[in-house]
Design a protein around this ligand. Structure first.
Ligand code: 6PG
Length: 468
């Protein structure tokens, strides 16, 4: 006993995969699950790795199986179960023993738990990559005390995905910083998925392409600047065959997207931070609207026939690709902008280039573009991708395509909420003289809220307004 390097609680899909990954990297691990039969099955199915795994039946046994100072990973559902687990575990631990919450926690809960820990070691880490990532190399975003992170970073580096020899595990900052960065990752994940789905809609409804043809288009894009895990799997999803109908599996899937809520947290938090992330927000809204199937069917019957075919040659495949590239850059611009806003708000100094590096492999949003983003963010003092020369060039070269796609889709009744939000963001950003002078006029007219004069910069100015 007492010879395991680490412990893990919660052998659900992600927990089991992470435990196997840890064992596979040579670390002895003690595991515990609320239901003992799950622990037994896990051990018996671990095959060659079972020698590295110590199953335990009580929390006391788990604690006794780990070398002090201990480190125990929690992989239990986010929310109350994490608090309950910490409450059950903490009294059994010594003052040097570390609890690591590796679930998809809301970072505000992690902030609170870091305070509740009252100086006892606690880390909140975001883990991305789904089951396969957890098993063979996820991206890991850590938050808490740097010295506490350093105690376990050799294990986390070893189990993380690897990009050109560099581990995709990084320390993000204090308290809930790791879970915050994971939330932004998920917001970008939602947006990336939504923009791909929107382009799929143009190909299917506007251009009459079959799922097989769409699969080939996505596969070819995966060889170019759009190379990414999400484009790759979208091609594979479109290529999959349904035995029951002998047709594309994609065509028999109900068009209502599920969500566990992490994208929603990001959108809510962006509002608290006043950080503009309209592409991500549009993706969250689109998921909500996808669930409204009955209402959508009713509205289609009432107002018209839904998306219409585009005219011949209205859009080329290359134009669609360029539009998606543009949307993607704008989405990341917003996501990194939100991270900068959180850095200021929470005093975290979140390391933007390091975040882009951690996202290069293992996680759901991994893509070839992230390597360039990491370099650009390191060079660009504004920490704003839009102004980094490499990405400014991309935006200059692709926004015409995005405009063409959004306008053409609009004229044919094809909804593009996320791509459209990207275009509006771009146009708003490059409009030096906006229209909020009208809003300030309205506010002063009805509420004497005051405005700043453009000509002499004097503040707290009021009308007089006509007929006020
Ligand atoms: C990841 C994913 C993962 C997420 C699921 C489901 O990075 O591995 O973001 O953490 O929870 O993909 O998310 P939704 O149910 O919200 O789509």
């Amino acid at each position: 006993m007492s010879d395991c390097e680490i412990g893990l609680i919660g052998l659900g899909t992600m927990g089991a995969a992470l435990a196997l990954n840890i064992a596979d990297n040579g670390f002895d691990i003690a595991v515990w699950n609320r239901t003992t039969s799950v622990t037994e099955t896990f051990k018996s199915e671990a095959g060659a790795l079972s020698d590295k795994i110590t199953p335990t039946t009580t929390l006391e046994e788990l604690v006794a199986a780990i070398k002090p100072p201990r480190a125990i990973i929690l992989m239990v559902p986010a929310g109350q179960p994490v608090d309950d687990q910490i409450a059950a575990l903490r009294p059994l631990l010594g003052d040097d023993d570390l609890i690591i919450d590796a679930g998809n926690a809301n970072f505000r809960d992690t902030n609170r738990r870091a305070i509740d820990a009252k100086g006892l070691p606690f880390l909140g880490i975001g883990v991305s990559g789904g089951e396969e990532g957890a098993r063979f190399g996820p991206a890991i975003m850590g938050g808490g005390d740097r010295a506490t992170w350093d105690r376990v970073s050799h294990i986390l580096d070893a189990i993380a995905a690897d990009f050109n020899g560099e581990p995709c595990a990084g320390f993000m900052g204090a308290e809930g910083a790791g879970h915050f960065v994971k939330a932004v990752h998920n917001g970008i994940e939602y947006a990336d998925m939504q923009m791909i789905a929107e382009v799929y809609g143009i190909l299917r409804d506007g251009m009459g392409k079959s799922a097989g043809e769409i699969a080939e288009i996505f596969a070819s894009w995966n060889e170019g600047p759009l190379q990414s895990y999400l484009i790759e799997i979208s091609g594979k999803v479109a290529a999959s065959h349904d035995v029951a109908t002998d047709g594309p599996l994609l065509d028999v899937i109900v068009d209502a997207a599920g969500q566990k809520g992490t994208g929603r947290w990001t959108a809510i938090e962006a509002q608290h931070l006043a950080a503009p992330i309209p592409v991500i927000e549009a993706a969250v809204v689109a998921r909500n609207m996808s669930a409204r199937r009955d209402e959508r069917a009713k509205a289609e019957a009432l107002f018209g026939t839904g998306p219409q075919p585009l005219g011949d040659g209205a859009l080329s495949i290359e134009t669609l690709e360029q539009a998606l590239i543009c949307g993607k850059v704008l989405c990341y611009t917003q996501g990194f902008g939100m991270i900068v806003a959180a850095s200021k708000e929470f005093g975290w100094d979140l390391p933007l280039p390091e975040i882009a590096k951690v996202w290069r492999a293992g996680c759901i949003i991994r893509s070839s573009m992230l390597d360039d983003m990491s370099a650009s963010l390191a060079e660009n003092p504004d920490r704003d991708l839009m102004f980094a020369p490499f990405f400014a060039d991309i935006l200059s070269n692709t926004h015409g395509s995005l405009r063409n796609v959004v306008a053409t889709a609009a004229m044919n009744g094809i909804p593009l909420p996320a791509l459209g939000a990207g275009l509006a963001y771009f146009d708003t950003m490059r409009t030096a003289r906006g229209t909020a002078n009208m809003i300030q006029g309205q506010r002063d007219f009805f509420g004497l809220h005051g405005f700043v004069r453009l000509d002499d910069n004097s503040s707290d100015q009021h009308g007089p307004w006509a007929n006020a």
